[in-house]
Design a protein around this ligand. Structure first.
Ligand code: AMP
Length: 284
């Protein structure tokens, strides 16, 4: 069922809790693809009732980002969810979530701010305030749907790490389930933003997964020096690529490493045809 208001969702969840059902939440911004579906599939296997939220969260977009043009395909999303056995698609308006906002009436003022050491790197560096918006909306979605389990993709590995920390720090009674990255056969990680790519951009976009796979191959052949591994990336990059970062961090605490090991995750962000793409791979 498609619900737009917090009240309706709460009433349904209350009923299900009374009946002893477990609840799974899959937060999304919609424009659903196989990546999202893999999270949904896991949720339906593991939980009695599954809620998918579809909400393009304005407070996680920075000025000049793609908030207005972000793809919105609620009808198709709802159909996909129905076929996948989802019980509730929760698609609130920004006003439902934030009232008139803090600019107009102080309707919304309280943010959840993740720790600096988690946001002063990777996407947090260029997208200032982004993870405040993510943590705040995820917290609200947790409070609205009270899930036993919530499903997040490793595609957004920094986000996943930040949310796990938030759940631990704030004693939120939910178990976070991490789901692997789903890719096209070409290697390109699925993303709603791939819709912005032209056919030619899509070919250039393959550089991200090629760089990551090549680094993993080199690591498997015994190269562990991060500078040497970074060097291997440049042969995949040309004037069609605007590399934002290529970083090697410990998967657990996102601390930078200079010698790679099995716990290292390699993160890349690169603009192709003006579209900002991210990807990552665990070396172990
Ligand atoms: P989004 O709609 O982009 O906010 O993504 C919603 C959720 O789907 C997040 O937890 C993402 O990490 C996850 N997700 C997006 N793309 C993929 C993918 N290619 N593979 C696995 N999970 C994904």
């Amino acid at each position: 069922m498609l619900l737009h208001t917090i009240k309706e969702v709460r009433e349904q969840i209350k009923q299900w809790k009374k009946e002893g059902f477990s609840i799974g939440l899959v937060p999304t911004m919609g424009a659903l693809h196989e990546g999202h579906l893999s999270l949904i599939k896991k949720a339906t296997e593991q939980c009695d009732k599954v809620v998918v939220s579809v909400f393009v969260n304005p407070i996680q977009f920075c000025p000049g980002e793609d908030l207005d043009k972000y793809p919105r395909t609620l009808e198709a999303d709802t159909q996909m969810c129905a076929q996948a056995g989802v019980d509730i698609v929760f698609a609130p308006t920004p006003t439902e979530m934030y009232g008139e906002g803090q600019m107009k009436s102080n309707d919304f003022l309280t943010y959840v701010i993740p720790p600096f050491f988690q946001v002063n790197k990777l996407c947090g560096k260029s997208r200032v305030g982004h993870f405040d918006g993510v943590c705040t909306v995820v917290n609200k979605l947790f409070n609205i749907t009270q899930p036993d389990f919530a499903f997040f993709g490793e595609k957004d590995a920094q986000q996943l790490s930040i949310i796990k920390k938030m759940v631990k720090d704030l004693n939120i009674p939910v178990e976070i389930i991490a789901c692997p990255i789903i890719r096209e056969d070409s290697g390109l990680a699925l993303s709603s933003r791939n819709k912005y790519l032209s056919d030619e951009d899509k070919i250039h976009a393959l550089a991200l997964s090629k760089i990551l796979n090549n680094i993993k191959n080199c690591y498997n052949q015994g190269v562990t020096d991060v500078e040497a591994l970074k060097e291997t990336a440049y042969k995949f990059l040309n004037e069609n690529h605007d590399l934002e970062y290529l970083e090697f961090l410990n998967d657990e605490d996102l601390e930078e490493v200079s010698t790679a090991n099995d716990d290292t995750r390699v993160f890349i962000a690169c603009k192709v045809g003006g579209v900002r793409l991210i990807d990552n791979i665990k070396l172990g």
